[in-house]
Design a binder for this molecule. Structure first.
Ligand SMILES: [Zn+2]
Length: 247
């Protein structure tokens, strides 16, 4: 017996599927979650689903002729029991897969917590769960794991475009604090008196700068300079392009 269903995707989910409407022969005893994930949309990207104007849960078994509407996170008022992936609460903190090193550095530069360097997918997932982190990845498989709650698939493979995507998705502009985090290890920077660090920086730097910061995790020392100025210009340009959003 056939189980032909139609799924209509909305908003940013269309990017993942490549089209709005998909017809699918689901097979016997399949849940809507299986069907949606089979089409390349991890459950972490789905906020709610409707069938004939009623909300359904992920374990709904699909039937021949069904037509489902699948939505990404939005500001609609959805009954709690039908919210399939809860919104992330508080300051967004991320863990990035090993292919996203450039994005990790950009996020850190803006003061956003971005853990990076874990190679193994299992470890990424367990760290995300124990520290309540959002997984950023281009690998849809990792976000299809049942135990993962928070995750986002980067649509672009260009780091600056990815930064824009993540900023818009999680309203990061509300949390930006440039130059407060270590680019190398994600540790927080604390300002330190010049006398404490002057022996550890080049002479030229010692002569030119008076303000220093140190990473509380790895001890790297930071000061102003050309690199700092270039980054400031980048940040200013980037922020101009991001609409200011209120809660
Ligand atoms: Zn560091």
């Amino acid at each position: 017996m056939e189980t032909k269903i139609t799924i209509r995707f909305f908003g940013s989910l269309v990017d993942l599927v490549g089209k709005q409407y998909v017809q699918l022969d689901a097979g016997i005893n399949q849940t809507i979650k299986d069907c949606v994930e089979r089409l390349g949309v991890p459950h972490t990207e789905v906020y709610f689903i409707t069938l004939q104007k009623s909300f359904v849960r992920f374990d709904k078994i699909v039937k021949n002729g069904d037509m489902y509407f699948v939505y990404p996170e939005c500001n609609l008022d959805i009954p709690k029991e039908y919210i399939l992936t809860p919104k992330y609460e508080g300051v967004p903190k991320f863990i990035l897969d090993i292919h996203l090193g450039k994005l990790a550095r950009l996020l850190r530069m803006l003061g956003i917590s971005a853990e990076y360097g874990v190679v193994d997918d299992n470890e990424i997932v367990s760290k995300a769960l124990s520290e309540n982190l959002i997984i950023l990845t281009r690998d849809r498989g990792i976000l299809k794991r049942n135990e993962v709650t928070y995750g986002y698939i980067l649509r672009s493979d260009d780091p600056k475009t990815q930064l824009r995507e993540v900023t818009l998705r999680y309203s990061l502009q509300n949390w930006f604090a440039p130059f407060t985090r270590c680019m190398e290890c994600n540790g927080k920077l604390i300002s330190v008196p010049k006398r404490d660090v002057q022996e550890h920086v080049p002479e030229k730097v010692r002569e030119t700068f008076d303000e220093f910061a140190k990473c509380e995790r790895c001890g790297k020392i930071y000061w102003g300079g050309t690199h700092y100025e270039n980054m400031s210009v980048f940040i200013e340009k980037f922020l101009k392009d991001i609409p200011r959003k209120k809660f």
